[in-house]
Structure formats: C-alpha cells, structure tokens
Design a protein around this ligand. Structure first.
Ligand code: M6R
Length: 609
C-alpha cells in the first residue's frame, strides 16, 4: 500500500531517496516524506499530496543534508492523509525515525501501554506506535530494540528504521510485506521493490518473513527472527531501468498497453518447444493432473477476471470443475479441499494480502498450490508449491493491462497442457491451438496500430455518467475487466452484466442515451447477445459493440458503433478483445482529464486485507 526506501552511503541521500520514491509512487500517493541524519540529529520533511510537493519543498531532496536516510510514499490506512500522519514518523525523544508499509493490527493495545508510560502521540497512525515502541526499548542497541518491538507487534509490515545515535546505520525488517535489499559500491539500499534502486544497482536480496537487515555503507548483515545471522543469496535483476520508465509516452498505461505484443511473446514463446508445452521448474506431472478432482482459482480484481476467463476455457476443454473465488472471500468460505484439489493463485504483484492469505489457507487445508505471478521473488511466488511467471516486465500504471494479458496467456498454456495430459485434445488439435496462440502477438500489433479509431469512439462516449458492459460466457468475463478498467481510471460508474441477466432488474436503469458496451466475440452466442443489445436499444441505449471481423455485419445491425478485432479461435479471443477496451478506457479517461497512472484512492499493490 505504501512504498519505502532507504539509502546509506557516501553520496547525499536526499536526491537518491526522492528518485527511489518516484519509482515507488505507484504504490501510494497521498503524501510523502524523507528523513535524513545531518550529523545534528534526524531531520524530516513531509508533504501532503503527490511526491512533486515534497520535491518542491526540499529542492529535490537537496535541502536535507546527510548520507543516510529513509523515504516513504503513502496510501493511507490509519488516519486520513495529512502532514502529521505522513511518514517518516519520529519518536518523542527525536531518536528514532520509521517508515512503514503494512498494518500493525494490535496498535491500539501497544499505544495504550505506551501512553500509560508517558508517551505522547502526534498522529493517528499505527506506524507512530512502532516508532515509539522501538524508542521505548532502545538502550543503546538499535538491533535489540527493533527485535524486541517485533516480538510485540502483530500484523503485516516492512519497516525502515534509523537512529540519531548511529547516523550511518539503517535497519529494515519484514513480515508479510515486500522488502528487498540492494548492494552498491560503498553504499546500500532497501526498498519495497527493485524499481526504486535499479538506476543504481541490479544486485539484490529478498528478505523472508521475520528477517532483519542491518545496513551500513560497507556491508549488510541479515538476521532471522531469533537474531541468528543468516546468509542471503544475491540475485541479479535482468531488466534495466528503462523498463520502468515512460520512454516518451505520456502515460505508463498507454506504454504498457502497446507493450502487450512483446509481453505475450516473452510469456508464451519460451514455453512452446517442438510443438509441446514446456513448463520448466514446475512439478505438475500428467498423473497428478489427471487425478485433480477440483480446481480453485483465487485472486483479486483484474487477476480474478483472468480466473473467470480461465474457468470457461478449462471447463469447456479439460472438463474439470473450476471454481473462481475472490481471495478476500476464500479464506472465510470454508473451502472444500481434498488431497486432489489444485488451487491456482493469480497475482501481478505477488504481494496482494488477500491472495497471500488465501494461498496459506489453501495450503493449510491440503491443496496443492500453483501461482501465476509477475513479480519475481514475491511472497506468493516463493510460498506456492509451483510458480509460473508472466514475463510482462515491470507494470507501473495502477490499472493493469500487460500483466492481465500475460496472465491470460499463461492460463491458455495451462488449459492446453491439462487437456493434453487428460487426453482431451489430440496432437493435431494441440498443434493448431499453439499455432494460433503464436499468431496472437501479431494480431495485437494490428489492433494497437488502429488505436485512432478507438480514440475517436472514446470522444463520443467520454461524457457519460454510467456505462454498462454486457456479454455472455467468456464475453461476460471480458465485460467484467472492460468495466473495471473504465471505472477505475475514468471514474464513470460502470457495471458489467451477464447479457441475459440484465432484464432481471438492471434494465430499469437504461434510459435515453445510456451507453452499453456489448461484447459479442463468440459466434455461438452472437444471436443471443445481439437480442440483448436490441432490448437495451429499444429502451434508448447507445450500443458500442466489440466483436470480430467475421461478425461485424451482424454487430452493425444492432450497434451504433462497432470495434472489430481479428478472428481467432474462441479460446484466445479475450486476449484480442480486451485491448480495444483498455484503449477505450484510456482515451475516455484522458478526455476527462483524469490522473491515468495513479487514479484516486487506489494503489498498485494492495498489501492490506
Ligand atoms: O497484484 P495483484 O494482481 O494481486 O492485484 C490484484 C488487484 O488489486 C489488481 O488486479 C487490480 O484490480 C488492478 N490494478 C486493476 O487494474
């Protein structure tokens, strides 16, 4: 929910921290702050609003002098966005400063204990409680004080800590919130994710739950939750900083939409060899797959929508039952798990708190778990029994596009792999599917090259107050994502409905000029969805159809406007149809003057329940 970064070295820390926060701002952006020890104690600068405000008041971080410090960009959980609630928090004595990502669940009890011992609080945050607690335990040894505080604190956190008595030392700790340490020459860093440090170094280590890192300019020492030293593996990040920059585009979102052909190639091509699907490093053999009696797909938001598409494909082609469950519901739904249950977790970030909790619950109940994840080394990737990475590269825009598309692609490969293992498709059918799948990136390029038409259509619809998306089966799954994309960045109230369900109540909301996006890519269901489009048209709706080239004529009969995608087999159509819907949302939001990459109230990675 928030982004944290720390630097200790020989350079001025301020500009480095601000640079790191720029890369982390996607994680939260209601306020930001830095703290630096200038040799005369810890100095703090904070600003409500976007990072640009902090940059302004600190001259890009240069006004605070010193070579070690902490930075934070916030997405409020406890206490509204304000200067007082912004991080870093300073203890009452002025000795300890803390930045925090996560939630301290027992902060009320701890706060009461500290108030009874004379501590005075100046913010409404749980983080200030951690700050004061560490200070309370501090008797000249910061590591021991942090360790004692960790034993008291319940919840999820990544904390960055500095102490006025030891200007060069930073401590970083992690429990159920992402945290990496990165190594430079004579300088070291920690951060919520690697993008914050990539311009300085590509050598990183991932902290595990309960681990503590003590950083000085010359070295980083790691300890486990019993304060025993730990050796960490150093990993080299193989993508460069330009992957996390706009590269001349006005927004990350449009850059990432247009990157989808490349992202799909990277995700699919290495997994097809000599006409076979190859999943390196995972242990789901054919016998196991044949024995699966139930598949859960568990995820949140757009990743959940990928699961809805996958359910239609797996059930139709593999003929195994699939239940798609929102991660926030899964753990409280007493899921029915047998030894032959496979639970597939889908997550771009690999750090979504609800999905992590669902993964742990599925494992506890005895399910085998498979994660589809974009961020390498993330919690879900490390804790699942098997992981399939989506090689989308860093996704910065809060609204997911290329991660969604690569997740879809992995589910196609899984579906075909399962179908082959279960004898549901012949070799020649598999070959035909794979040939078709290999052609999808070229078709995506074609769709992207025609984006001006979508831009024109967006100019006809951008002033709407409400928009409905309708579709049947997989087209309904696509409607869910099309609708989410639109509402999250344009703030237009939008609902997705199974086309046949509209008449059971919701159709009463249709009036003159209400826009309805009718997703009709399925030939099998075209007539049915077209009838539903007629029904809303008869009540005054303006219909925008998303269909295939071969169904264009039928769509034109019922729709006011049509977007036609290249034809493909039913299974892969979602990959093609989603792109114009992403573009539509993008251009509508641009026309409305919205903040495209950082929509209000949202954050890229939702690390709270
Ligand atoms: O990182 P995850 O895929 O687990 O995130 C899940 C959702 O928060 C995410 O898909 C969200 O719905 C998208 N940002 C919407 O565009």
């Amino acid at each position: 929910m928030c982004g944290i970064v720390g630097y200790t070295g020989t350079r001025q820390a301020g500009p480095i921290l601000i640079g790191g926060l720029e890369k982390l701002e996607y994680r939260g952006y209601d306020s930001a702050g830095i703290s630096i020890n200038d040799g005369n104690g810890i100095k703090i600068a904070k600003a409500l609003g976007r990072l640009a405000m902090l940059e302004g008041i600190t001259d890009g971080g240069r006004k605070l002098r010193g070579t070690a410090g902490l930075g934070h960009t916030r997405w409020a959980t406890h206490g509204r966005p304000s200067d007082a609630n912004s991080h870093p928090h300073l203890s009452q004595t002025g000795r300890i400063a803390v930045v925090h990502n996560g939630i301290i669940e027992n902060y009320r009890v701890l706060k009461e204990m500290l108030i009874n011992r004379g501590r005075v609080f100046v913010s409404e945050t749980d983080t200030e409680v951690a700050t004061q607690l560490i200070d309370f335990y501090y008797e000249g040894d910061l590591l021991r004080a942090v360790h004692r505080a960790m034993n008291d604190i319940e919840g999820a956190y990544a904390l960055g800590i500095m102490c006025a008595d030891d200007p060069d030392t930073l401590i970083a700790v992690r429990k159920q919130a992402p945290l990496i340490v990165a190594y430079g020459e004579g300088e070291n860093y920690f951060a919520s994710d690697v993008t914050a440090v990539l311009e300085h170094t590509k050598r990183v280590s991932y902290l595990s739950d309960g681990e503590i890192a003590v950083l000085t300019p010359g070295e980083v020492k790691f300890y486990d939750s019993f304060l025993q030293p730990v050796e960490k593996q150093v990993e080299i990040i193989d993508w460069d900083v330009s992957a996390a920059e706009k590269g001349g585009y006005e927004h990350f979102m449009i850059k990432e939409i247009l990157e989808q052909p490349r992202a799909l190639r990277d995700t699919v091509s290495p997994r097809i060899r000599d006409g076979k699907i190859v999943f390196e490093g995972i242990e789901l053999d054919a016998d196991y797959i044949r024995g699966i009696d139930w598949i859960y797909i568990v995820a949140c938001g757009s990743s959940y929508h990928v699961g809805v598409v996958a359910k239609y494909n797996i059930e139709r082609i593999v003929r195994k039952p699939v239940q798609v469950v929102l991660a926030s519901e899964f753990r409280y739904s007493e899921p029915l798990v047998t030894g032959n249950t496979l639970a597939i977790m889908i997550s771009q970030s690999g750090e979504t708190a609800d999905t992590i909790a669902a993964l742990r619950e599925a494992k506890r109940l005895g399910a085998r778990t498979l994660a589809i994840v974009n961020v390498v080394g993330s919690t879900i990737a490390r804790e699942a029994d098997d992981v399939l990475y989506t090689w989308a590269g860093p996704e910065i825009a809060v609204a997911t596009t290329k991660a969604y598309s690569t997740q879809l692609a992995v589910t196609y490969l899984l579906t075909l792999y399962f179908a082959e293992c279960c004898g549901r498709i012949t070799e020649s059918e598999l070959a035909a599917y794979l040939e078709e799948l290999n052609r999808i990136p070229d078709k995506l390029e074609e769709i992207c090259s025609k984006r001006e038409h979508v831009q024109y259509l967006a100019s006809l619809y951008f002033s709407a107050d409400n928009i409905f998306f309708i579709g049947r089966n997989i087209d309904y799954a696509l409607s869910l994502e099309g609708s989410l994309k639109l509402k999250e960045i344009s703030y237009i109230c939008s609902e997705a409905y199974a086309a046949g369900e509209l008449k059971h109540g919701t159709i009463s909301l249709i009036e003159d000029d209400t826009p309805v996006v009718a997703v009709m890519t399925s030939r099998r269901l075209m007539e049915k969805t077209a009838s539903n489009a007629e029904e809303v048209k008869a009540r005054g709706a303006r219909v925008l159809a998303v269909t295939t080239e071969s169904l264009r004529k039928e769509a034109e009969r019922v729709a006011d406007n049509v977007i036609a995608i290249p034809d493909s087999s039913d299974m892969f159509l979602p990959s093609l149809a989603i792109v114009p819907m992403q573009l539509f949302s993008y251009y509508v939001a641009v026309s409305r003057g919205c903040n495209i990459d950082k929509p209000r109230n949202l954050a890229k990675s939702v690390t709270v329940e």
